[in-house]
Design a protein around this ligand. Sequence first.
Ligand code: UDP
Ligand code: MG
Length: 332
Amino acid sequence: MASHHFHPELSVVVPVFNEGENVEALLAKLVPVLEGTVASFEIVFVDDGSRDDTFERIRRAAAADPRIRAVQFSRNFGKEIALAAGLDHTHGHAVVMIDADLQHPPETIATFVAKWREGYDMVYGQRVDRSTDGPVRRRLTQVFYDLFAKFGETPLPPGAGDYRLMDRKVVDALRRLGERARFSKGLYAWVGFKSLGVPFEVQERLHGTSKWGYRQLTRFAFDGLSSFSTLPLKLATYIGLGISIFAFTYAITMAVRTLFLGADVPGFPSLIVSVMFFSGIQLVFLGVIGEYVGRIFAEVKRRPLYLVADEIGGRKSGGIPASETRQAAPHA
Ligand code: UDP
Ligand code: MG
């Protein structure tokens, strides 16, 4: 990291997508918590292609408080990528990631920081319940986590989300993972380090609605499974093997039967059914392989993860942020 940057004790990353009406309310709660908890801090908003007045509101807030900075994407890249960009633009000794809609109560940061000072490198919020999500979404989420627990190659702590504190060394480790399909919950678990869960109660969203439709969630679920498990691919081998063994024994039975009882012509319906059944299975697995190939394709293209259109308080917007003239706080 460049040494000319001011390194606050804590950086807070806030991904925002059309959160205009939440910006001030979030700051009003977040800033006092930070002032009472750490020696110095910066708040880095990542505007993920908002089409409302989110960025203008952040600009106004940043004009009044140099500890507030922002990165604006050229378009919507998705929360996972916004978080990755946030990590790239922080300089703190530790980084907290928090949602803008106040579903993550800022007060919990005090506990995160306390645990970090005790020596934990990663302190993650564990949601006590998901009652703010609808029953269908809750059920589907459960199915996904059960699947992941069974088949994923990295175990996930239950109830852990993006609300968490990470020491600089964890942040640097995460930044070395250049994956396009960003299933961060898996990545957090994959990097390891000394971690601790802290329970928190998910609040109701302050304004607006969730930005995740079922389509995005499904896509996200498959990204998660496919980047942490090759089981869907292996399944084709197992099923194929099973069917081959069955076909082989069936062939022998038929041969023996024909030898002793003579040939019998009927059997067309079963023939058609089995042809359709097996071509169905083949197409399904072709699709599964296609999903993996598509992801490999996305990775090998090596496109940048995101594009920045504008920055507030960064190098691009010119001038040295007032915060940089201050002394760095000693690392706790
Ligand atoms: N978000 C984002 N890009 C997106 C979708 C969401 O940066 O494409 C941000 C959003 O502004 C919020 C956080 O990610 O700060 C969580 O989003 P949301 O509340 O919609 O998700 P949920 O709480 O339903 O999981
Ligand atoms: Mg939310």
